[in-house]
Design a protein around this ligand. Structure first.
Ligand code: AMP
Length: 550
């Protein structure tokens, strides 16, 4: 019998990588497709052609230059999805400023950290959304953020001033600055939850994210006829790379259905804007399919789209194909640190592979699966840690060389912390995680961060946080709590009240379980695998635990 192939796969392509900056790529699209629609912001009923988008982006770019922003400066954006988010994304890229994405769910404590860690000089912020008072939160942290010089609020006078200053400026300045940029320059910092409790800033270049966006929509077969509905957040690469850069690199149109996810508004936007593509994390598709008026919406214009971000249930994929008319829907797998996509199903793959695997390696990228103990490739069919290498691997974690070295080895492989199996034909299935991370509705959570926060409760002696299965969100957080001697057992409500206003809402544990101790190994390590198994019994989550994923 012949030896099984090792779990290594690489992919070339007929289409070469793009060797240009994001700004240069946008200008090429504008030159070719200037009259075509580029962007629709449904919440405000505004729309832009590529020529109009070009003007809006250049005004913001020149306005930032007029404010004194120079190449390499960090400019933050803290806002739900809106057209201005996209203007700032392309404007910063055009002047070589590093855009720092700030999660709109962050609260003051988390904001302060990312502003200071990135050394942000300018922050462009929303004013208010769904009860989040961004202005008040920005004001409350400014005293703790000495490097933050200027704040611009979208929709207010400060924004109008920025645009107006840009409109008055000499356009040649922008051409001069663009001529000094390299496509390998850092252009974007995206914070991912950190294992130590602090987020790490994945630093990405033009080359990283422009190519990833471009090849993701190459796989989807995008043309200027495509209109992609993006309920996924722009602060994450799913929105700003796979969505925005994927669309603009092909002259396709971006449709923003609502500032933050809303299943009804997403379906309405698909219908009214005649979208051909729809993206979402599994939780979003589940919410759309179970919307009470789902059947009344016309989704027949949909052709393709992407489900990604967390394990994708096979049954949900099948319903997306059958009931949302997305015959060519794909699954993508990746992580922020890899721009993000490393593997993807192809439209021509058979239905079984398209619903039960995360596909094959992306063009120009390598994937291998290794035994974490030895670092050697495992045979096909055996589980191990997925590693990936190529143009897509980030430059590093911002100002964290030691953490970068822990993730990217000397040969350039990014170690993902995800467990995967590669079959004989190169299809990958994500079978679990080595890293202690929970993904709730597409939001990554490191239990350590929540544990450290809950330790600060005066009645809690010890705490462990695990993810437990959930049909709607994929996973939910459960805190196992040991009380200090003589203290009354905390209720779930009391724990949640303690977290409110301090942590982003998705990090607040849904379940609280008071115990005398945790399951331990002989060496004294907490057995989270055992805790998760027990939790399924304790909470009666057998149905959610039985869901099959790609
Ligand atoms: P992020 O950096 O927020 O994009 O999260 C990356 C992590 O999400 C990966 O390391 C995986 O654990 C998980 N992930 C992303 N896409 C998928 C997918 N299609 N299936 C399973 N897990 C996924």
């Amino acid at each position: 019998m012949s030896k099984p192939l090792p779990s290594y796969s690489s992919s070339t392509a007929d289409v070469p990588l793009l060797g240009e900056t994001i700004g240069a790529n946008l200008e090429r699209t504008v030159a070719r497709y200037g009259d075509r629609e580029a962007l629709v912001d449904c919440a405000t009923s505004r729309r832009w052609t590529y020529n109009e988008l070009d003007i809006a982006v250049d005004q913001v770019a020149l306005g930032l230059l007029a404010m004194g922003v120079t190449k390499g400066d960090r400019v933050g954006i803290w806002s739900p999805n809106c057209a201005e988010w996209m203007f700032v994304q392309y404007a910063t890229a055009k002047i070589g400023a590093v855009l720092v994405n700030v999660n709109p769910a962050y609260r003051a404590h988390e904001l302060t950290f990312v502003v200071n860690q990135s050394g942000m000089r300018v922050l462009v912020s929303a004013v208010e959304h769904k009860g989040s008072d961004y202005r008040a939160m920005v004001e409350s942290v400014r005293g703790d953020c000495p490097a933050l010089e200027q704040v611009v609020h979208i929709g207010e006078q400060s924004w109008a001033d920025l645009v107006e200053a840009g409109g008055r400026a000499d356009h040649h300045r922008l051409d001069e600055v663009m001529a000094t940029l390299s496509f390998d320059d850092p252009i974007n910092i995206q914070y991912t939850s950190g294992t130590t409790g602090f987020p790490k800033g994945a630093t990405l270049s033009h080359h990283n994210i422009l190519n990833n966006g471009y090849f993701v929509t190459e796989v989807l077969g995008f043309t200027v006829e495509d209109r992609v509905c993006l309920p996924v957040p722009f602060y994450h690469c799913f929105g700003m790379v796979m969505g925005n850069l994927g669309a603009t690199s092909h002259g396709a149109c971006v449709v923003i259905p609502s500032p933050s996810f809303d299943p009804g508004l997403t379906l309405k936007a698909v219908q009214e804007e005649r979208c051909t593509a729809l993206y979402g994390v599994p939780t979003m598709f589940i919410a759309e399919l179970s919307h009470p008026d789902f059947a009344a919406f016309d989704t027949s214009t949909l052709r393709t789209g992407i489900m990604a971000g967390s394990p994708c249930p096979v049954e949900v994929m099948k319903r997306v194909v059958d009931e949302m008319h997305m015959a060519e829907v794909t699954i993508a797998y990746g992580m922020t640190e890899t721009s993000p996509v490393s593997t993807m199903t192809r439209r021509e793959d058979d239905l079984d592979r398209r619903t039960s695997t995360v596909g094959t390696v992306m063009p120009h990228v390598e994937v291998k699966i290794v035994d974490p103990a030895t670092g050697l490739e495992v045979p096909r069919g055996t589980a191990g840690e997925l590693c990936t290498r190529g143009y897509s691997v980030m430059l590093g974690y911002w100002d964290e060389p030691a953490k970068t070295a822990e993730s990217i080895d000397a040969a350039g492989w990014m170690h993902t912390g995800d467990l995967a199996v590669m079959d004989a034909a190169g299809y990958v299935n994500i079978s679990g995680r080595i890293k202690d991370m929970v993904i709730r509705g597409g939001e990554n959570i490191y239990p350590r961060e929540i544990e450290e926060f809950l330790y600060s409760h005066p009645d809690i002696a010890d705490v462990q946080v695990v993810g437990v299965p959930d049909v709607r969100y994929g996973e939910e957080l459960m805190a196992w709590v040991v009380m200090k001697a003589g203290r009354e057992a905390l209720t779930a409500e009391a724990v949640r009240a303690f977290c409110a206003d301090q942590l982003a809402h998705y990090k607040v544990p849904r379940y609280v379980h008071v115990v005398d101790g945790f399951p331990m190994t002989v060496t004294g390590k907490v057995r989270k695998v055992e805790m998760r198994a027990q939790a399924v019994e304790i909470l009666g989550l057998q149905d959610a635990a039985a869901v099959r994923h790609a």
